[in-house]
Design a protein around this ligand. Structure first.
Ligand code: DGJ
Length: 742
């Protein structure tokens, strides 16, 4: 059995275990003999590539630099590796508190980055600098690998960095390997333990189902340890997205000040411990050590998830734009391709549909301009039909009463009417009322001798079990392999509360948290590779699973089941700190019973979709939807592919505003959302070319409202950014969408 974790993105620095083992053994055998150790070193160089000449300066200093950010390391006397605190004057004294990757058990007394129980039971680790290599990958990113080793044990730790210089992005992770006589136990294994000055503010986002990201909290990091974490393993972000912002110049501002966004590329339990100790604030980020002891066999390498850092010296706006730009290339799929307007049946029909009802939704969808139809939950299960959320999950055969000929004719009918067809699935889950559970009651995550605890009447399949992996992969292929299916929504409606596996041996139960996520990624990766033309939505009964570990296999995510546009304005604002709005599914629904024009305008500001029963929609609302879709098709190149400028923060005020600017700055779109009655004031767009002329046009005018006073007028970017424009909305629940074209 192999318990080793694996790296998900091909990494030119990933170890070649056989070669590494050979070199290591050679070194260990002969290290006392000078001549042979030189031979071994040469062998190392030939395998790993010689460190570039400037890798480590003679004074032991190593700087990792992006355009406007740098992290400085220094090798001290005795070979220990230290890090100079980011955004702080260099402290010439190298103290234990400023170690780069602190180890538990041998002198370091604060929160450790790594804690190992060695094969002989020794609980201490001591890491000494060994070498550094720097290379470029095929995309021009620099890859830096700092190798440390324990002089008393054959344990090697590599601190790895992937640097996107222009975007001020550093991804950081750790690789741990050993050649002890028996497995070692990893108790702590941080991806990053970045040291910053003590004068730091933290912004994080608290939430729950239907209020994801809705509560931003900004606080100074005072002495002591502040922990943000998740211990629920699956749908792990339900209460807390694994992303945060650190600000070095007081409370973070949109357009000024030094800020650093952090986001863990991991969909399982995570922990961020901000340890304000004597030397600075250390941000320890990675897999949650809670109950997650990992037994690492000799010769295996444990690869931690990547921690993403994005720096801006000019506030949150620039930070997000860099992060969005990075995400288009590396953090999501097809980041440069516009998305089509989607109609989902979930809010329209719930579980109550059959072939005719679904087909009956197509023509009205097409009439208002929708381009893609998504059939949601309820299409499967025969012995235990999925007519509500009590039964059927796991039985992925179409319900033959509702769909006598299965899915293909439904998809074909959609295509015949000029709509693409998408399908819902929740491959990781099972209802106890299902044929799957009847056959395989031991396939679920549960604790023996405890009553099964259901959430939404369902259980999680144990993805560490190879038969479950095979079953889920087969199910996915059966569902989305059907011809004419070009879109899929991957849902996940519960988290782990009873972390037991009948597959993992009793002394490896703690592997569940990590092995589950890695098996999930393998499944997602296979899905993305096997169905490259199928668009995928990452959903988890809301936004409980949005992180860059999973998003790279998906095109978009479902931020929340809470679709009241009044809540979506601040929620989408908060998500936009980290995720590009084009990846943020935003659907018009009846939640909150808001005016249709307001609901459409909010949805248009992200990835536009609808979740409405068009057959029952009043004609005037239908006309508003059709108008919004037609306007959206005109502006989506700008809103989806352009740069975001957040203008007016909607939290706790009467309105919110933002604008997008096309990459060539010839076009922009301004959104103003009036949440409450308040003074009608100009809104000042940003990011325009000061010298270019822009003509103002309200592209989604609200029926019956007076036109903007500046409609049709042309101004320079400089004038617009200085004097602003007066939106037509002035009362609560009104919105304006204004196009600026040159
Ligand atoms: C939760 C999702 O967020 C909804 O959009 C819908 O797909 C339901 N699950 C279906 O069960």
């Amino acid at each position: 059995m192999n318990y080793m974790t694996f790296s998900l993105i091909p990494n030119p620095y990933d170890c070649q275990p056989n070669n590494r083992h050979f070199v290591y053994t050679l070194f260990m055998k002969f290290h006392r003999y000078l001549f042979l150790s030189i031979v071994a070193c040469l062998a190392c160089l030939s395998i790993y590539g010689a460190p570039s000449p400037d890798a480590l300066a003679p004074n032991g200093i190593l700087d990792l630099k992006t355009k406007s950010f740098s992290v400085g390391f220094q090798v001290g006397d005795g070979g220990r590796l230290y890090q100079h605190a980011v955004a702080a004057p260099v402290n010439p004294k190298l103290l234990r508190a400023s170690e780069a990757y602190p180890q538990a058990g041998d002198g370091y007394v604060w929160e450790p980055a790594i804690q190992i129980i060695h094969a002989d039971g020794n609980t201490s680790t001591d890491l000494i600098y060994q070498s550094v290599t720097r290379k470029k990958d095929e995309f021009g990113r620099e890859l830096v690998r700092i190798r440390l080793h324990d002089p008393a044990y054959p344990v090697e730790v590599a601190l790895c960095f992937r640097i996107d210089q222009a975007r001020d992005v550093i991804e950081e992770w750790t690789e741990i390997t050993h050649h002890e006589a028996a497995p070692i136990v990893l108790e702590h294994m941080a991806s990053s333990s970045l040291l910053l000055s003590t004068n730091v503010y933290l912004t994080h986002f608290f939430g729950d189902w239907a209020s994801e990201m809705l509560t931003p909290i900004t606080e100074p990091l005072t002495p002591g340890t502040k922990v943000l974490d998740s211990k629920i393993g699956v749908r792990a972000d339900q209460f807390n997205n694994p992303s945060f912002i650190l600000s070095m110049d007081g409370v973070p501002q949109e357009n000024s000040g030094r800020v650093l966004a952090g986001s863990l590329e991991w969909s399982g339990s995570f922990q961020f411990a901000f340890d304000n100790n004597a030397e600075g604030v250390r941000a320890l980020c990675g897999i949650n050590p809670f109950s997650s002891q990992y037994y690492l066999n000799p010769g295996e390498t444990f690869v931690t998830p990547k921690m993403l850092w994005v720096w801006s010296s000019n506030g949150l706006g620039e930070m997000s734009r860099k992060l969005h730009s990075w995400a288009r290339d590396y953090g999501m799929r097809d980041g440069y391709k516009t998305r089509q307007v989607l109609l989902n049946n979930w809010e329209a029909t719930g579980f109550d549909f059959d072939f005719n009802r679904v087909v009956g939704l197509y023509d009205p969808a097409k009439e208002i301009g929708a381009e893609l139809f998504l059939l949601d939950d309820g299409w499967f299960g025969n012995k235990y039909p999925r007519v509500n959320d009590h039964a059927g999950l796991g039985d992925w055969q179409p319900n033959l009463k509702r769909l006598p000929e299965g899915l293909p004719p439904l998809a074909a009918e959609a295509v015949k009417r000029g709509l693409r067809f998408g399908i819902w699935m929740e491959p990781e889950m099972v209802n106890p009322k299902s044929e799957l559970f009847d056959e395989h009651p031991d396939w679920v995550i549960a604790q023996p001798k405890r009553e099964l605890e259901l959430q939404r009447n369902q259980l999680i399949l144990d993805l560490t079990r190879p038969e479950v992996q095979a079953f889920e992969w087969q199910s996915i292929q059966n569902i989305i392999g059907i011809s004419n299916i070009t879109y899929a929504k991957w849902d996940c409606n519960r988290y782990i509360t009873q972390p037991g596996s009948t597959y993992l041996p009793p002394d490896r139960q703690s592997h569940l948290w990590i092995d589950y996520v890695n098996a999930l990624y393998a499944l997602m990766e296979k899905t993305a590779k096997t169905f490259p033309d199928t668009e995928l939505m990452l959903c988890s009964g809301g936004g409980g699973r949005v992180d860059y570990g999973a998003l790279k296999y998906f095109h978009e995510f479902w931020p929340s089941d809470y679709t009241d546009p009044v809540a979506r304005v601040p929620m989408q604002w908060d998500y936009s700190y980290f995720f590009p709005p084009m990846a943020m599914a935003s659907h018009v629904t009846h939640w909150g019973n808001r005016p249709m024009h307001f609901a459409c305008s909010v949805a248009m500001s992200a990835r536009f979709g609808m979740d409405l029963d068009l057959t029952k929609l009043p004609a005037e609302d239908k006309a508003v939807c059709a108008g919004a879709i037609s306007a959206y098709k005109r502006i989506r190149e700008v809103t989806q592919l352009g740069d975001l400028y957040r203008l007016e923060d909607p939290h706790g005020t009467f309105r919110g505003a933002l604008n997008y600017v096309s990459p060539d700055q010839t076009r922009a779109v301004v959104f103003v959302f009036q949440l409450n009655n308040g003074q009608n004031a100009v809104v000042r767009p940003e990011g325009l070319d000061p010298a270019k002329n822009y003509t103002i046009h309200e592209c989604n005018p609200a029926p019956g409202r007076a036109v903007m006073t500046q409609e049709g007028k042309t101004f320079t970017g400089e004038t617009l950014m200085r004097d602003g424009l007066l939106p037509s909305c002035s009362k609560a629940l009104e919105a304006s969408v204004v196009e600026l074209g040159s």
